[in-house]
Design a protein around this ligand. Structure first.
Ligand code: FES
Ligand code: FE
Length: 455
């Protein structure tokens, strides 16, 4: 129907073929390239604190059991029975020493090792006929963690996770490393939207431009301490290798004053100062920028916001993590977690959770505004006319390729990567350029097949 290399060419030029937001061929290519080669988030370690705890999560159709084995080690195992392929775990989460396949009853330890087959002797000739030793559920080809976030890659030759995240790890710490004992998560809430997965990832990466329009009512009711802040142009978009995001410019003050301004109590500020580097502290204290929404390639986003508490001048910060899990070219499952410093006071945790629900829970005010746009544009992108349209994703670029706003120098921006003050689709273009890199790299061809995995 169309040439993917043309699509890539347009994307690199900042022009987006409209059909990529609802096209089964593009979606099939994404499955074998973007999602087969990336590091994809599965779970947070605090979701499985005890031996035997597990959650079941997906990388597209690939179901994985993420479990903590009896020895405390974390495993991500392909949730497909070695016998005839049934999912051995059908629950979404729980605690189990073993998983028994519901089809014929093969059973596996919570580290994936096979331990029992019904009628082993009669049906298979016992150990001589079927040696259980060394056979286990297929492990994820690659697994690694950062700040308790568990990622897997379907590519056994993927670069190390830290390399994949690159300089974005600097920014990830603001959301997921706020004290020596780290964060804990609550959730996920899950819901489905009839929208393409890329739209949310691009929006959270740096779409400051939509806020005054799409979220006008949220701004007008004074959900934020400074309603006009949403219309100021001094937010920054930043891009580092693994992701990109936006910041807000805080009023003048010291590091402590600025963190208090967004609602953090002093004891939490003290812990932040223990774990963040001098450069990370400088971004807030010296430069006055506070991270807000961000996306990590391909489908993980983060939010850090500080809405006003009803009928008061107080604000409450919250941090949320969300994943755009593709179901099809025009449907996405959203998984949304609440994150909080494990050592935060209980009353702070409770109020911060409410602030998160109010803004970005499944019925949150921002959530409702955003999704209406994304569903509508996805539906239209599936039609014939959309195949003729190149969408304009060039905000901030002039025709000769130069940019309207120069990058901030190190004297004004303590973080790595590129950053610019003002409106511009810099982050979205970088995100889609990474998308194009994966499409161009072509499908991942798994080398060889496994009968169980060597134990
Ligand atoms: Fe699992 Fe047969 S498919 S025991
Ligand atoms: Fe929004």
């Amino acid at each position: 129907m169309f040439d993917l290399s043309d699509v890539v060419g347009h994307v690199r030029d900042g022009m987006l073929p409209a059909h990529i937001y609802n096209d089964s061929e593009v979606f099939a290519a994404e499955r074998e390239t973007v999602f087969a080669r990336s590091w994809v988030f599965l779970a947070h370690e605090s979701e499985i604190p005890q031996a035997g705890d597990y959650v079941v999560r997906r990388v597209m159709e690939n179901s994985f059991i993420v479990s903590r084995a009896n020895d405390g080690t974390v495993h991500a195992m392909f949730n497909m029975c070695l016998h005839r392929g049934m999912q051995v775990c059908r629950a979404e989460q729980g605690n189990a020493s073993h998983f028994r396949c519901p089809y014929h009853g093969w059973s596996y330890r919570n580290d994936g090792r096979i331990v029992g087959l019904p009628f082993h002797r009669e049906a298979y000739g016992g150990e001589a006929g079927f040696n259980k030793r060394g056979q286990r559920l297929l492990p994820a080809p690659a697994m690694d963690t950062v700040n308790g976030l568990i990622f897997v890659s379907l590519d056994p030759d993927a670069p190390p996770l830290r390399e994949f995240l690159g300089d974005f790890a600097f920014y990830l710490d603001y959301y997921t490393r706020q004290s020596p004992s780290g964060v804990e998560v609550l959730g996920p809430q899950r819901w489905r939207i009839k929208a393409n997965w890329k739209i949310g990832a691009e929006n959270f990466a740096g779409d400051m431009y939509h806020t005054p329009q799409t979220h006008a009512s949220v701004v007008e009711i004074g959900l934020f301490r400074e309603p006009k802040a949403e219309k100021r142009k001094d937010g920054t978009t930043y891009w580092a290798t693994g992701g990109g995001g936006t910041t807000y410019k805080l009023p003048p003050g010291t590091l402590e004053e600025r963190l208090r301004y967004v609602g953090y109590p002093d004891e939490m500020i003290d812990r932040m100062k223990q774990v963040w580097s001098a450069e990370q502290l400088d971004l807030i204290g010296r430069d006055g920028f506070m991270v807000s929404a961000a996306s990590i390639v391909p489908n993980l986003s983060l939010v850090h916001n500080w809405p006003r508490v009803a009928d008061s001048d107080d604000v409450l910060p919250f941090v949320s993590l969300r994943q755009w899990q593709p179901i099809s070219e025009n449907e996405t499952e959203v998984l949304s977690w609440f994150l909080v410093d494990k050592e935060a006071p209980e009353d702070f945790k409770a109020l911060s959770y409410k602030a998160y629900l109010m803004c970005f829970g499944s019925s949150g005010m921002f959530e409702q505004d955003d999704v209406e746009n994304w569903v509508s544009l996805t539906a239209t992108a599936g039609g014939t006319m959309a195949q003729r349209l190149l969408l304009n994703g060039r905000m901030g670029l002039l025709p000769d390729g130069s940019t309207i706003v120069p990058p901030l120098g190190r004297d004004r921006w303590a973080g790595p990567g590129e950053s610019r003050v003002g409106y511009g689709e810099y982050n979205q273009r970088h995100l889609m350029n990474r998308w194009a890199d994966f499409i161009e790299a072509g499908p991942l061809r798994p080398a060889g097949v496994s009968v169980g995995a060597p134990g």
